[in-house]
Design a protein around this ligand. Structure first.
Ligand code: GH3
Ligand code: MG
Ligand code: MG
Length: 315
């Protein structure tokens, strides 16, 4: 049966208006029978999923879904079939519905499912909208809101949010909070210019980013100050990470026209928080105190502080 014939048999002649809506609407409309086989499919569905006219009819619905969501989708459909709702919108929650085009590309979908029947047999109809552009736009906005544009690292707000999330998940373990402050940075701007200063900031950000684990969280605290949170790391292991970052940064040669090549140093304050400590401000304050000691002690060094259990309990 061709697609047109198939749709025609499901929509009585007297209901021309419905036929027109199904054919012309930009949203995909798709109907599946009890066995999950596609029995109705409008032109918009084919164009959303990149199939040719009539190709989707009589295929299992699974051809429109990435393999990894097949099980989840079957449960979703079974839940809807056994429930009381006549219609349900899916795609609003944080996990959007993912579909797969014929070429394998994944797309984000907003879907309304309806329970109905056609020619005496039960049928589930889905009205499908491709919301990929919308999801991409949302993700772009989120990234812009969270990222510092010069360094590409988390900004202060996003850093705090990510640390609190990580601490919440690792409350039973030690963690380390470090603040870095580039040494004599006013002098860099004054001698080499503001663009050179920006280059040094970018370089330190790269070194920081390239020296940490995927679970570590780095941010630009402001100006030439950076923060690093190391979950599940303390003592010598944490110190080794910070010292490697400091050494990698100092090893970078900067060469600006008219000047001999230059190297820079960075001071750091490290606070090791005992298990159970979730107070962000306390960790930052302790790291800042250690940083102050590092500056006062002559710069180009790391000072670390072990936060006390009492402090943790008091917070
Ligand atoms: P110290 O060793 O004590 O840290 O000395 P310092 O010169 O680094 O002192 P301070 O932290 O007070 O100076 C920070 C300077 O960083 C001041 C500010 O002009 C400069 N700065 C802040 N943000 C930026 C930026 O985005 N780009 C550039 N080029 N400079 C910046
Ligand atoms: Mg500073
Ligand atoms: Mg400084």
């Amino acid at each position: 049966m061709t697609k047109r014939a198939s749709i025609a048999s499901l929509i009585p002649d007297s209901q021309d208006i419905y036929r027109k809506i199904v054919f012309e609407i930009a949203d995909g409309i798709i109907g599946i029978d009890d066995h999950g086989v596609i029995r109705l499919c409008n032109p918009a569905t084919e164009s959303i999923f990149g199939w040719q006219t009539g190709e989707l009819l009589d295929k299992p619905l699974e051809v429109l879904l990435p393999e990894r969501v097949h099980g989840f989708h079957q449960k979703l459909v079974a839940g809807f079939q056994s429930g009381n709702a006549e219609a349900r919108y899916m795609g609003q929650r944080s996990t959007t519905i993912v579909g797969r085009r014929k070429d394998g590309a994944e797309i984000n979908l907003g879907i309304t499912i309806l329970r109905t029947s056609a020619a005496g047999a039960p049928m589930m109809v889905a009205v499908i909208r491709d919301i990929s552009d919308h999801v991409r736009y949302q993700n772009d906005l989120k990234r812009l809101a969270e990222t510092d544009s010069l360094s590409g690292l988390f900004n202060r707000r996003a850093f705090r949010a990510n640390v609190l999330h990580s601490v919440g998940a690792n409350l039973a373990n030690y963690s380390s909070m470090t603040i870095f402050d580039l040494d004599g940075f006013k002098g860099v701007n004054d001698r080499f210019g503001h663009d050179a200063g920006d280059e040094v900031i970018t370089c330190f950000s790269e070194v920081l980013h390239n020296s940490i684990r995927a679970t570590d969280i780095a941010g630009r605290w402001g100006g030439e100050e950076f923060v690093l949170f190391l979950p599940n790391l303390k003592g010598a292991a944490a110190i080794a990470v910070i010292e490697r970052i400091r050494a990698n940064f100092t090893a970078r040669d900067f060469k600006w026209e008219g000047f001999p090549s230059a190297n820079f140093t960075v001071s750091a304050g490290l606070a090791v928080a005992p298990p159970g400590l979730a107070d962000f401000s306390d960790m930052i304050a302790s790291a800042d105190k250690a940083l102050y000691d590092a500056k006062r002690g002559g710069r180009d060094q790391l000072i670390s502080i072990e936060m006390q259990q009492q402090e943790a309990l008091a917070s």
